[in-house]
Design a protein around this ligand. Structure first.
Ligand SMILES: Cc1ncc(COP(=O)(O)O)c(C=O)c1O
Length: 423
């Protein structure tokens, strides 16, 4: 800062706050740092963006559109509402997500600006600066972004590709110490599409119970599982563990831009009674909740959305996943891991077998340069030598992208032939 002799600033130099300056989203930081120059002769295909509405093949249903339009034309929901959310909307969420093992009333629901807003509030109420939070690795980048902002340490517990991305429980437990504030669980998951089965969730709950640690369960992909898989809300398993479940409309209802999320409070041991509930109320007053139009439409969104609405998008995610698995498991040097849900696919790359990639960043950069196909490097998820692609594209585009990836890999492969893949 420049100061004149009388102590006044003589020049305009406004600093960003320390918190703002240490905040960064690894995906943005890494992608912006890549020098991406697509091949001008090939149409650009972005397999990188986790927005199911992007390609126009998937859109929300008529009933949801009408519910929102009616709220807008009704002109009754343009004002401020309670910071925790409108009671009718909270009631609707409670009704939608109540299960016998975790009955909810509106008092157990807090509305937020997207699931990201819910995760922010949940982490902020559970962790102090200097504490650590266990997060999945590979895992959704926002956990680390928030940890950077608010100065808690993200400790990544390994997810195992050879076990359909189950958590390495021993590793998870080894990371716990007296500064651990909570365990973040994400199933179905981004970036892996892993879905934890009941026994695995029970094992995680046992660890949490042993160490008296609350769980933040990120269930933004709730119910988004392929046939043959079951989705278990963590609160249905956590009989003796307090859980803050974070969810939202974004993915399942195909409206990420509507920014409506929620926290569900599951507190079988009354551990949240004294402070956490109050803390969440306090935090909600900071920005007064999500858009009132969407809040007011929420009861109708839940009650009128046809039950088969989700099956169309899940069919697209599943068919694309199978297509990707079938093609990439025949590409020498790649290790595709079949997902069980959500809208993502991860594949590993045996870097030693290729002529010019030293890491996943170099792989994605060269793939854009030669084939105009863009995937997210695993480094964005703290998981180098893997790449994430989305499964939400129209099938025709997925086929073209796969063909290009296959040709690209064949051009640069230097090892022996053979097929791989983890199902
Ligand atoms: C695992 C996970 N949690 C939370 C979110 C954030 O959801 P929202 O768009 O509702 O903030 C995402 C978005 O991609 C995600 O993948």
């Amino acid at each position: 800062m420049t100061e004149s002799q009388n102590g006044k600033r003589s020049k305009w130099t406004v600093s960003g706050s320390d918190m703002a300056m240490r905040t960064h989203n690894p995906i943005r930081a890494i992608v912006d740092g890549l020098k991406l120059e697509p091949n001008p002769d090939k149409e650009f295909i972005a397999l990188s963006l986790g927005d199911p509405t992007l390609f126009g093949n998937l859109s929300t249903c008529e009933e949801m559109r009408e519910a929102v339009c009616d709220v807008v034309t009704g002109m009754k929901n343009n004002g401020y509402v309670p910071a925790l959310g409108m009671e009718s909307a909270r009631e609707a969420v409670a009704k939608e997500f109540s299960i016998p093992e975790s009955p909810l009333t509106f008092k157990d629901v807090i509305l937020s600006c997207g699931c990201s807003g819910a995760i922010e509030m949940a982490l902020l109420v559970l962790a102090n600066p200097g504490q650590n939070v266990l997060v999945p690795c590979p895992g959704f980048s926002i956990y680390r972004t928030l940890a950077g902002s608010y100065q808690f340490e993200p400790r990544g517990y390994k997810l195992l590709p050879e076990k359909s991305w189950e958590a390495d429980l021993e590793h998870m437990e080894s990371l716990i110490d007296d500064k651990t504030a909570c365990i973040v669980v994400n199933s179905p998951s981004n970036p892996c599409g892993g879905v934890f089965n009941k026994e695995h969730l029970e094992d995680i709950c046992r660890i949490a119970e042993r160490h008296r640690l609350p769980i933040l369960s990120d269930e933004v992909y709730a119910d988004m599982v392929f046939p043959g898989q079951d989705f278990h809300p963590l609160s249905s398993i956590a009989k003796n563990v307090p859980v803050l479940t974070c969810g939202g409309l974004a993915k399942r209802y195909l409206v990420p831009g509507w920014r409506l999320g929620w926290i569900l409070i599951h507190d079988p041991c009354d551990a949240f009674k004294d402070e956490v509930r109050q803390g969440l109320m306090n935090l909600s007053t900071r920005i007064l909740g999500p858009c009132t139009v969407i809040q007011a439409a929420l009861p109708r969104i839940f009650s009128e959305t046809p039950s088969d609405f989700y099956t169309k998008s899940m069919k697209v995610f599943q068919e694309n996943s199978e297509l990707i698995y079938d093609s990439l498991s025949h590409v020498p040097g790649l290790f595709p891991v079949m997902p069980c849900g959500a809208m993502y696919f991860m594949f590993g790359i045996d870097m030693d077998k290729f002529d010019c990639f030293k890491d996943d960043m170099a792989f994605v950069t060269k793939l854009v340069e030669e084939e105009s196909v863009f995937c997210l490097p695993g480094k964005c998820f703290e998981y180098p030598n893997f790449v994430r692609i989305v499964t939400s594209l129209p099938k025709e585009k997925t086929v073209i992208a796969l063909q290009r990836i296959t040709e690209f890999c064949a051009r640069h492969y230097q090892g022996e032939q053979g097929s791989n893949g983890i199902k």
